[in-house]
Design a binder for this molecule. Structure first.
Ligand code: BG6
Length: 532
């Protein structure tokens, strides 16, 4: 197939095989907001196969035409390109002409059998050749039953070495603790080989997150410094201004640690901290990430308050929305201890990161949407400039920006023009959309495409999910049995005071508000002996 110069693909991209994509949970929000728009973008970029079919499956009753209308609306309102360009009506009609709907329950054997027959008809009609990608965007309780029924009714055959292939994308959350993740892995592996399981974490599909590997391993200037010798500490912030009031039913059973830390933030942590992989293939990269999780120093449940902070937003306003406070949201038990904010200090006990803290935080109803990784290098020696210069010499920061805009900034010391020796912190900036003059693709575009071509690099392996839960479980246990209750915080700020205290106990501060000068000055830290 002839492909136009894609947005993220070089000439070496594998060709995209024919296939049918079945979305379980097709009437839900994820399908409308992300999945169907992503399929349209892939079609636009020439990255969907010519022979494809889309089948929506969920419990809601709907005709094929009603589903097609939903697809049209989803694309018109939510597609990335539709925000700047007119929707390409021809392509949208092509997507709709290949789209079908098949209502059914998640345990309805007859409907699974009917789906099998229907997919075989579509093989004839659209040339999809028996290849199937099942996207499970269902409540998590349906993951195992759907997969086992797909296997039992012959919609999935184990293994990747047949004439046709069947793969399953599993949405998050992957378990709610180690025991449930182990059980889910066992259930999935009862039907599928690991090569057929694509556990999604949409953060891995974000362009900057992949750029992190390029920054680290395709440049020679960072890697030699990327160790405890030169890095003072690392901060990972994934802040959101939205509150959890509208999703309290789900959120109250989850909380920030399960919803954001075990998956998204730990993936950012692993890619920041891992060793250079032997190769860029799925096995090599995932092996290195697992090693990071296995090297994280366990947090003893009894000592949880020394390493972890939890908070809950009270009444107030964030992101232009008023809230009566988390405990007063519909569906939340007024005595709920579910955290809407979490901050951790973790150590990675390996050769590279000996003694370097990684501070991470995430929360709802905070000041702004901001996702970034800050690598704070050690303070340079003050001996030279300290004598002649009134201004301080700053520690350098490398800021990897994931949201709201994608890019990287390196903060360095520069001389202020003039007769006096004055130093100012200046930024070397790379902004993805300015440099490349285009918006980066949405994470789901990349990930759906990779699943169709069978590339698992940007998906979570089973043992990786388990290793991440092994770190989280003792914290959850500590919070349940030994910790102080969540500290209330005012919406529109940066979370509870205890989060600031976590860093100030180490003479450090969070880098609030992006490049906050005061924070940078205040953060001046230890100079290692060998650099004095
Ligand atoms: C989801 C979480 O996985 O990620 C949400 O369940 C969160 O609570 C969302 O809002 C954040 O994703 P993004 O891409 O907007 O940072």
């Amino acid at each position: 197939m002839v492909r136009p110069a894609g947005f993220f693909y070089a000439a070496l991209m594998p060709s995209v095989p024919p296939c049918a994509i079945v979305i379980y949970g097709a009437s839900g929000d994820l399908a409308k907001l992300k999945l169907i728009p992503a399929l349209y973008e892939l079609l636009r970029e020439g990255l969907l196969p010519d022979s494809f079919a889309l089948v929506g499956y969920s419990r809601t009753k709907m005709s094929h035409d009603e589903f097609r209308d939903r697809c049209r609306e989803a694309v018109t309102t939510n597609a990335r390109s539709a925000k700047s360009d007119a929707v390409d009506e021809k392509l949208l009609e092509k997507l709709c002409a290949n789209a079908y709907y098949h209502p059914g329950g998640y345990d309805d054997l007859d409907r699974f059998d009917a789906l099998k027959a229907f997919l075989e008809e579509l093989d004839e009609k659209h040339g999809t050749q028996g290849n199937r990608l099942f996207y499970l965007s269902t409540p998590p309780s349906a993951f195992a039953p759907v997969v086992s029924t797909l296997g039992e009714r012959g919609l999935i055959v184990r293994g990747d070495n047949h004439e046709s292939w069947q793969r399953v994308i599993i949405e998050k959350p992957f378990g709610t603790d180690l025991a449930t993740a182990l059980e889910l892995n066992e259930q999935l592996l009862g039907v599928l080989d690991e090569t057929q399981i694509f556990r999604i974490d949409h953060y891995l599909g974000k362009e900057t997150v992949q750029n992190l590997m390029v920054a680290r391993f395709a440049n020679s200037i960072f890697e030699p410094l990327w160790t405890y010798r030169y890095v003072d500490h690392v901060q990972i912030t994934v802040a959101e201004s939205v509150n959890a009031d509208d999703r309290a039913g789900y959120y109250d059973r989850s909380g920030a640690l399960r919803d954001m830390v075990q998956n998204h933030i730990f993936q950012l942590l692993a890619l920041t901290a891992m060793e250079p992989p032997a190769n860029l293939d799925a096995k090599s990269i995932r092996d290195e990430k697992v090693k990071v999780f296995r090297s994280i120093r366990p947090i003893a449940p009894r000592e949880v308050d020394e390493h972890a902070v939890r908070g809950q937003y009270g009444p107030g306003e964030a992101g232009g929305k008023q809230t009566a406070g988390y405990k007063n949201a519909d569906g939340v038990d007024p005595s709920s201890q579910t955290e809407t904010f979490a901050a951790l200090k973790v150590y990675i006990d390996n050769w590279r990161w000996n003694g370097t803290p990684f501070y991470i935080r995430t929360g709802k109803a905070l000041k702004q949407k901001l996702s970034e990784i800050v690598v704070r290098f050690r303070q340079p020696p003050q001996t030279l400039f300290g004598k002649t210069c009134e201004t301080p010499v700053f520690a350098n920061d490398l800021i990897i920006r994931v949201a709201p805009e994608e890019g990287m900034t390196l903060l360095i010391n520069g001389k202020v023009p003039g007769g006096q020796m004055q130093i100012k912190e200046v930024a070397l900036d790379f902004n993805y959309s300015e440099t490349f003059n285009k918006q980066p693709p949405e994470a789901y575009e990349r990930l759906i495409h990779d699943a169709i071509v069978g590339d698992q690099t940007l998906f979570i392996r089973g043992d990786e999910a388990e290793a991440a839960w092994r770190v989280i479980d003792p914290i959850l246990e500590g919070w349940k049995k030994h910790a102080k209750p969540p500290q209330e915080y005012e919406p529109g700020g940066w979370g509870p005071k205890a989060s600031d205290d976590l860093l100030s106990a180490d003479d450090r501060t969070w880098m609030h508000d992006g490049h906050d000068k005061d924070a940078v000055i205040a953060c001046a830290t230890h100079v290692p002996d060998e650099l004095m």
